[in-house]
Design a protein around this ligand. Sequence first.
Ligand code: PAF
Length: 275
Amino acid sequence: MDIVTSVRDLRERLQREPDNVFVPTMGNLHAGHIQLMRLAKHRAACTVVSIFVNRIQFGPKEDFERYPRTLQADAEMMEDVGVDVVFAPTEAEIYPEPQTFVVEPSDLQHILEGAFRPGHFRGVATVVLKLFNMVSPHTAIFGKKDYQQYVVLRDMVKQLALPVEIIPAETVRAEDGLALSSRNAYLTPAERTEAARLYRILQEVRAALLAGRRDYSRLEAEALARFNEKWAADYVAIRRQSDLQPPSPSDRNLVVLGAARLGRPRLIDNVEVSL
Ligand code: PAF
């Protein structure tokens, strides 16, 4: 496994690897990331992973400074999975000057997560386009845990005709159902026990939809009422998988998304439903 930190070394190393698949990450790897890398290994001769905590996708009050940077432990995990090339640039390498050209996603960037994290998806789309230009992968893999991110990037690739296939990967969960996330590390032990409630609530909405209910707004309101006083829930939303807009009664492929703060971290999760 080669670890490179400059775009120049990356391009030189990848000149020998036209068949490469890319997994962008912010590091602090867990079993969810490893799953993405395993999927990648099946799709190309060379698996490239980037580790870069991207300041421009964090809001001013978010956790950019204290986001865990754990390159040593990450490298060991990637070595075990058989990653070929790790790109771990400094901030100056990705942003040698202020980033004044940005990717402006569609109105999708203002709903759901975007309503609570203004500018977040602009920052994500901008860095991912830059990383694609540096790595030139034919395929890139993104977890469905960040469902809206996956939809935004899928649309970016389509609308900008990027020669990259986007593959979504299933969310990896702890035994109690909590979706794995680097931010789970901010939970206290008591909060960690409580945290699976988010997934349970989404599952209950899913079950109600499968049982035939189509009163979406009421279902969303009932779901919000199921969070106890330990939580500050931002939303539970039933949306179409295709564009994350509210469904009409004839839509069949839905996703139930939720976001709620539990103590310090804000947790997000979603479950797909095909009726
Ligand atoms: O999902 C993430 O870890 C990040 O949003 C990504 C895609 C690596 C861009 O910084």
